[in-house]
Design a protein around this ligand. Sequence first.
Ligand SMILES: [Fe+2]
Length: 383
Amino acid sequence: MHQSPKSDDSTNLQKQIRQLRAFLEASTKLTSTFDLKILMSDILSTAVEVLEVENSSLWLLEVETGELVIDISVREIEEENLQYRLKLGEGIAGKVAQTGEPLVFQSSEGNMSRAMLCIPLKARPIQGLDEDTETNIVGVIEMIHRENQQFSSEDVELIQAFANLAAVAINNQRLFEDVEDALYTVRTLADAIDIKDPITYGHSRRVTELTLAIYDEMEGIPSERRYLELASLLHDVGKIGIREEVLMKPGSLTPEEFEHIQEHPAIGYHLLKRHRFLQKIVPSVLYNQERYDGKGYPKGLKGDEIPLSARIIAVADAFDAMTNDRPYRKAMGIQEALDEIVGNSGTQFDPKVVGAFLRALEKGKVKPSRREGEMYYVEKLDE
Ligand SMILES: [Fe+2]
């Protein structure tokens, strides 16, 4: 039966609305799960359903080998066609991954001909890590149409949108993993800083334990917590640039030496600012010696002008410094150090941060104790 153009338009419109709805549903899942495999399966299955194609596969680029590996296939692939692994430039998916350009082609097997579409997944380069590459191909989505069906230009556009969605998910996952990797490296670096000054060995780790306990008590944003961890571990990184005889001087410092030691936040800033990936933590490293009343250094920032992370580190840093031996004085008792923190609330320290520190102590989230001369704040599960 002949269909009028009007009814064609209406069918098309309905189809487009259905596709758009499916796309929106798939995109909202991006924020609801961190499990990449589930997310990818959902994205591919939705694409297969709305486009009414036969099958879809996701190839991911394996970092170690630089080869494409099949990660997910919506429907099982027939045994004889099974090829899990492709080098760059090999096969259609390999060519698409190499050139970064989508490809539509006819695949013929016997007297059966099917349209296939291959779309590259391009992730955004990670700042500071992928400076040399403009775009990162992280994989390829392959769509195989039903027999005698063709991909329209609208279909290609829609699949491209699904591919972009998948690339965002992969990108998020990579960022998450990279921050985890950075944390591991930074923990090692923090140990190196502390080893330079054996008297304060363990200081950066302990300050980090206190800082995180205070942040949790202040109900900080969970996604920012890892940056705060990085910042506390590196808050003294600038001490690498301070002369050893000044750092280790047993007596009081001369004005020149005092000025020299005050340079450490700025040295830390210069060390970290070059690494774009660590830029988020630069203000915490630069401003953790500022005072709430504006009498600190290096800028004399006041109150909320000082980033919250730096205000938290300031309290944790002072408490740990006071309760441990320093070249120029013996450690204070825990209560004495606490009195000192409370006594300087509103002048040196942010009262909100001091309040959170006291609450964390009350609730037992922080338990200052001295074992074999070293301070401990947070009970370890394995202890
Ligand atoms: Fe410190």
